[in-house]
Design a protein around this ligand. Structure first.
Ligand SMILES: Cc1ncc(COP(=O)(O)O)c(C=O)c1O
Length: 328
C-alpha cells in the first residue's frame, strides 16, 4: 500500500536506456570481445590520451565548481557568446530537464519519431507532450509543428537539440541573439566521446541561463566531466578528426545500404543511419528499438562498418533475400 505515496502522473514514467554490451553478450551467449557496439551513437574512438590524462589528474575528492566558471568560459569562447549565455549539465538530458523545470510549460510539442527522452521528461514533469508526426521521409512537418505550438502556447520557448551538430554543417546558432525564446542544447557525448562522463550544455538568453544556473543541481557537472570537457575543447581539432572519419563511414554505410534490396536507409545528418527493414522482422538484425521494423546503426571505425556490411550479407544469404520478390 505504499503506492499512495507515489504521484499519480508517475505511474507510467520510465526510460528504456541503452543496454550495456556486457548485458547483451550475456543474453546472446557470446564473449563481449567478439561484439561491436553500434547501438548508442557513441564515438567509438573514445578519448584522446590528453583527455584521459586530464580526467585522471582531476581532483576527484574536491567538489566540482557549481558555477562552472572555466567550462562555461571555454564553451562561450568556442561559440563566440558570453559565459552568461551558457549553462552546463550532466549530459544534454540534464539540460533538457533543467529547461523544463525552468519553463514549466503548459505542453511540449515534439516531432515523432524522436529521441525518447522528451516523452520521458514530459511524463516525469507532468507536462503533456503533443506529438506531431514527421512526414513519410522523416523530415519535419513545419506547418503542423507551428499549428501545434499555436494551439498550446501563445509564446513558446523553442529548444533546438543539436546533439549531432558536429556531424553536420547546419546549426541554429546564427539565430541566437535575435530570438530570446531560442535555446540551443548541445552535448559532448557524440563528438567528444564523453557519453559515459555525462557533459552537455545549452546556449540561451542570459536571463534564462541565470535561472537555470540557480535551479540546477549545484554539482551536476562532476569533477571528471569538467576536466574532460575542458581538455576536449583544448584538443578539439584532434577529436574532430575522428568525427570526420565517422562522418565518412556513415556516408559509406548509407551508400552501401541503398544497394541492399531489402533495406531502406533514411538520409542522416547524425552519426547513425536509420534503416527500414523489409521482408524480415527488424529484430532479426537488432533485438531492440521501438520504431517498428527499423534499426539504427551508429557509424563506427572502417573495419567495424565492414563487419556490419558483412553481417548484412550473411543475413541476406541465410534468409535468401537476394532478389526482390515480384508479386503478380
Ligand atoms: C537527439 C539527442 N539529444 C540528446 C541526446 C542525449 O545526449 P546526452 O548524452 O548529452 O544526454 C541524445 C543521445 O542519444 C540524442 O540522440
Amino acid at each position: 500500500m505504499a503506492s499512495r505515496f507515489i504521484a499519480p502522473h508517475l505511474a507510467e514514467a520510465s526510460y528504456n536506456g541503452v543496454e550495456p554490451l556486457e548485458t547483451i553478450a550475456k543474453e546472446i551467449g557470446l564473449p563481449v570481445e567478439q561484439l561491436i557496439k553500434l547501438n548508442a551513437n557513441e564515438n567509438v574512438y573514445g578519448l584522446p590520451e590528453a583527455v584521459q590524462q586530464a580526467v585522471a589528474n582531476a581532483e576527484h575528492h574536491v567538489y566540482p565548481d557549481p558555477a562552472q566558471v572555466q567550462l562555461r568560459a571555454a564553451v562561450a569562447k568556442l561559440l563566440e557568446v558570453q559565459p552568461e549565455n551558457i549553462c552546463c549539465g550532466a549530459g544534454s538530458d540534464d539540460i533538457l530537464d533543467i529547461v523544463i523545470r525552468m519553463n514549466q510549460p503548459k505542453a511540449m510539442v515534439t516531432s515523432i519519431p524522436t529521441f525518447g527522452m522528451y516523452k520521458f521528461l514530459g511524463s516525469v514533469a507532468n507536462v503533456p507532450v503533443v506529438n506531431v508526426k514527421r512526414k513519410d521521409d522523416f523530415t519535419l512537418d513545419m506547418d503542423a509543428i507551428i499549428a501545434a505550438i499555436r494551439d498550446n502556447e501563445e509564446d513558446a520557448l523553442i529548444v533546438m537539440d543539436e546533439a549531432y551538430a558536429e556531424f553536420c554543417d547546419s546549426t541554429s546558432m546564427s539565430l541566437f541573439g535575435t530570438y530570446p525564446n531560442l535555446l540551443v542544447a548541445r552535448t559532448f557525448s557524440k563528438w567528444a566521446g564523453l557519453a559515459g562522463l555525462r557533459l552537455g550544455y545549452c546556449v540561451a538568453d542570459a536571463e534564462l541561463i541565470k535561472v537555470m544556473m540557480a535551479i540546477k543541481q549545484p554539482y551536476n557537472v562532476n569533477t571528471a566531466a569538467d576536466a574532460a570537457g575542458l581538455a576536449a575543447l583544448e584538443h578539439r581539432d584532434t577529436i574532430l578528426k575522428t568525427v570526420a572519419i565517422l562522418r565518412a563511414e556513415k556516408d559509406r554505410l548509407y551508400t552501401e545500404l541503398t544497394k541492399v534490396d531489402w533495406l531502406r536507409p533514411v538520409p542522416s545528418d547524425a552519426n547513425f543511419v536509420l534503416v527500414e527493414v523489409q521482408r524480415l522482422p527488424a529484430q532479426t538484425l537488432y533485438q531492440g528499438g521501438d520504431l517498428s521494423n527499423y534499426v539504427r546503426i551508429s557509424a563506427g571505425k572502417p573495419e567495424q562498418m565492414d563487419a556490419v556490411l558483412a553481417a548484412i550479407k550473411a543475413i541476406e544469404k541465410e534468409y535468401h533475400l537476394y532478389a526482390p520478390i515480384i508479386s503478380m
